[in-house]
Design a protein around this ligand. Structure first.
Ligand code: GSH
Length: 214
């Protein structure tokens, strides 16, 4: 049997979601290894000591441990819906913002008590929510003028970004549903239903490490 690509993934991680969507649209076959972030398997740590998901160990032994690079690698093989069609510089400008600073603000917004002992679990940090909203306002303005971030068709930019907006939207559902970002809502609702997304959200059994623990 020929060696297969192996993906270390965590279902609810937005980085892993976008990598899985890239692999799926490119129709790349791989062995899915579902992990727990609090109990990472030795095989994953050996593949990439950075120890973040997603990680793909390619069949040629090369390791890619950045979600966006996994998307690019997959789409470089096969890009049937032309996700790479828009100008890459413009897409990169948008996509970079989502990882830093948006994802950082979102983490501090959602897990406020982790950074402030006076808060209790479930409390949110409004300053970080506001900071994230400045970025969301930029997306809202783009989406007021076109259905997708790069124009009339979905692209890499949309797929690389929406898993993070999904996560943000889920922190305070009631607050999010106030009519402040109507175009962003519509856009997110579309991507939450697309087959490429729903198909990568199926549940996998946990990967069991084959490396004996000491
Ligand atoms: N820049 C990385 C970030 C990946 C990342 O931070 N993933 C999170 C889960 S959503 C993680 O693995 N964190 C490590 C941990 O929680 O131990 C990428 O794009 O792949």
């Amino acid at each position: 049997m020929s060696a297969q690509h192996i993906l270390y993934s965590f279902r609810r991680c937005p980085y892993a979601m976008r990598a899985r969507m890239g692999l799926k649209i490119a129709d790349i076959d791989y062995e899915h290894r579902e992990v727990l972030l609090r109990d990472k398997p030795t095989e994953m740590l050996q593949a990439s000591p950075k120890a973040t998901v997603p990680i793909i160990v390619r069949s040629d032994g090369k390791v890619i441990d950045e979600s966006f690079d996994i998307m690019l690698w997959a789409l470089g093989h096969n890009d049937p819906e032309d996700w790479l069609a828009p100008d890459m510089g413009a897409m990169l400008g948008l996509i970079k913002t989502i990882e830093e600073p948006f994802a950082q603000h979102q983490f501090r917004y959602k897990y406020a008590s982790f950074f402030d002992d006076s808060l209790k679990r479930g409390d949110v940090n409004i300053e970080h929510r506001d900071a994230a909203c400045i970025i969301l306002g930029d997306y809202e303005n783009i989406l007021a003028a076109s259905p997708y971030l790069m124009g009339d068709a979905p692209s890499l930019a949309d797929y690389a970004i929406f898993p993070f907006i999904r996560q943000f939207a889920a922190v305070e559902k009631k607050w999010w549903d106030k009519p402040q970002f109507p175009h962003l809502h519509k856009w997110l609702a579309y991507f939450l239903e697309v087959e490429i997304f729903t198909s990568v959200m199926e549940k996998y059994p946990l990967f069991e490490s084959q490396v004996p623990t000491a």
